[in-house]
Design a protein around this ligand. Sequence first.
Ligand code: ACO
Ligand code: LMR
Length: 263
Amino acid sequence: GLVRRPTDVVVTISDDRGDVPTYNKKGLDAIIKENQSLGYVIGMLWFKRELPEYAQKYVEMVIKLTADHGPAVSGAHNAIITARAGKDLMSSLASGILTIGPRFGGAISDGAKYFRMAKDSGKTPSEFINYMKRVEKKNIPGIGHRIKSVQNPDVRVVLLKEFVIKNFPKHPYLDYALEVEKLTTSKRNNLILNVDGCIGICFLDLLENADFSPEEKQDIIDSEALNGLFVLGRSIGMMGHIFDQKRQRARLYRQPWDEILYD
Ligand code: ACO
Ligand code: LMR
């Protein structure tokens, strides 16, 4: 009889073989007809399920809140410099995206990882802070900001917290993180729960409320899907900056000498 040729690639999220492409088995025509949200589409393609309404809204809020934070931050700066060096859209965007990492925008997944470990293993906030300092010997991902502080709060974090407290059935990880923040800010006023930390930690609450299994949670954290939310959101702003520079026909950027100490 016929023998099925072994496949190299296994795909579990979408299918383009029929008349209508499907996202996690749901026809694109139905998704459009039902006017489903971007949060719904992300749920189907990233997490393989229809997220509850509050979770779809949370995902969309994260995309909007992370879209831009001005021209001075690593990602936008790199994108602007690259565009002004005459490079194309894809190169300029890639240059910006490549700055996203443990210090800037890419601390969401590790924030979720370490706060989950801390809370689930029963560490008190103070034990967690000591553990990060003495055992991991690294800054706590999701804590600290260059310009935001207790006196100059990050409105994005305020909005996220408000949304989660109002709309999530429960939010034990956020509550835990706020206790950690009380201790870190008592040492230094800019060691706030930052936007990366807040997104990742509230996502732990989302996964808990939406009954994801422990293995699914682990996979979502390990795959960097949560950092992916920042990459997706911030790409909107970085492309905006690239178009802005191109529209202005901005010249090649050269850093002024007076901003450099030649030692
Ligand atoms: N956990 C513990 N201690 C910290 C943390 C932290 N997350 N961040 C800074 N500190 C401490 C440092 O150890 C240092 O202490 P010391 O003076 O005793 O040596 C002091 O605070 C100052 O540290 P700097 O690195 O100079 O602080 P800076 O303001 O430049 O750093 C940064 C800002 C990079 C965000 C930092 O707080 C950090 O690494 N945080 C963790 C990574 C993170 O969450 N990044 C995402 C930021 S939000 C975003 O990018 C969208
Ligand atoms: C951002 O969203 O880019 C930041 O929070 C980083 C910053 O320094 O503003």
